[in-house]
Design a binder for this molecule. Structure first.
Ligand SMILES: NC(=O)c1ccc[n+]([C@@H]2O[C@H](COP(=O)([O-])OP(=O)(O)OC[C@H]3O[C@@H](n4cnc5c(N)ncnc54)[C@H](OP(=O)(O)O)[C@@H]3O)[C@@H](O)[C@H]2O)c1
Length: 295
């Protein structure tokens, strides 16, 4: 049976390609190579790329944009998510050199304009406030974000790393139709499935964009080899496919924001989005990473 997806977030892609680790791949930091990599993903039907203004120390969006400038037709095929609101200490221009949040109107407005230029796209598909900021003034940012949408700079608005009461408060006080929340969810990080967070996403119609869906690698250290082998035999999936299939059958179908840029691992992940684990296998994998059976 197909699970119901919250209606707000589009496109309904099986996987989002995370760009946080672009800098770990010097071979892809050349525009021609990155353009080839992007074209190969589009050929696979994957066209949503997840950025943030701070990835690559503020350079990630620019590298991606240089690849699109080299092959302008690519820009028409991609959809980009980007986020802003965190200032790492190294990018703080104040004398304090402190990591801090800036979910404030002027900063978000500037971040949207900078992202459009750096990414070389006409529109940001989805703009996210990167983290909840206790100093956030809802009325101020409402105007900036509404203007960005009505000017066509941004198509839809979401949040990242927000708890239910935080996104509810923001939605109530800005009137913004929030479409998604990008937060951590994986076999390795499963607590939000047991504390009401999942049900809050479903109740409020926010699509869950699940970051670190492979737990940053290392699942094989938490799941005994014999169990992984047996799970692979039963499902026909490798470790990556299993982790993604496990996510894919959670109600609301969280969209994995995959961090790997390795084509083989992306292929395995795609296989996972097309597979379904038996219910006992789903719980067996969970039991392994939690080190205990469910209550
Ligand atoms: N909103 C937020 O606050 C937030 C925070 C963190 C991340 N994100 C987004 O989420 C995306 C994904 O995050 P992530 O990179 O942590 O996700 P991930 O997909 O869970 O992890 C990818 C990393 O794990 C490694 N890996 C996976 N399986 C492995 C295996 N079997 N053996 C060895 N290494 C393995 C990959 O290596 P290979 O490169 O070799 O495949 C890659 O370095 C980011 O790119 C970013 O877009 C958002």
């Amino acid at each position: 049976m197909q699970t119901t997806r919250p209606a707000g977030f589009t496109p309904d892609t099986p996987l989002i390609l995370g760009m946080m680790r672009l800098h770990d791949h010097p071979e892809l930091n050349k525009p021609a190579k990155l353009a080839d990599w992007i074209a190969a993903r589009l050929d696979e039907g994957l066209n949503v790329f997840d950025h943030a203004d701070i990835y690559g120390n503020g350079d990630g969006e620019r590298l991606f944009g240089e690849a699109l400038r080299l092959h302008p037709p690519l820009a028409r095929g991609v959809r980009v998510i980007t986020k802003a609101g965190i200032v790492p200490a190294g990018l703080d221009k104040s004398p304090w050199q402190v990591k801090h949040y800036r979910a404030e109107a002027s900063y978000l407005k500037g971040a949207i304009d900078r992202a459009l230029t750096s990414l070389a796209v006409e529109q940001i598909d989805t703009f996210l406030i990167h983290r909840p900021d206790p100093l956030l003034q809802a009325e101020d940012i409402a105007t900036v974000l509404e203007n960005a949408v009505s000017a066509g700079k941004v198509r839809q608005i979401g949040v990242s790393n927000f708890l239910p009461e935080q996104w509810r408060w923001l939605a109530r006080n800005t009137g913004l139709p929030l479409v998604c929340n990008q937060s951590q969810l994986s076999l390795a990080h499963n607590a939000p499935l047991f504390d009401g967070t999942l049900e809050a996403h479903l109740a409020d119609g926010l699509r869950w964009l699940a970051w670190s869906p492979l737990g940053g690698g290392g699942l094989s250290q938490r799941i005994p080899e014999a169990i992984l082998d047996k799970a692979s035999d039963e499902s026909g999936l490798d470790e990556t496919g299993l982790a993604i299939a496990w996510l894919n059958q959670i109600p609301g179908t969280p969209v994995p924001v995959l961090g790997s840029m390795n084509p083989d691992r992306i292929h395995s992940a795609l296989q996972g989005t097309r597979s379904r684990l038996s219910r006992p296998l789903w719980y067996r994998l969970l039991e392994c990473v939690r080190n205990r059976p469910v209550a």
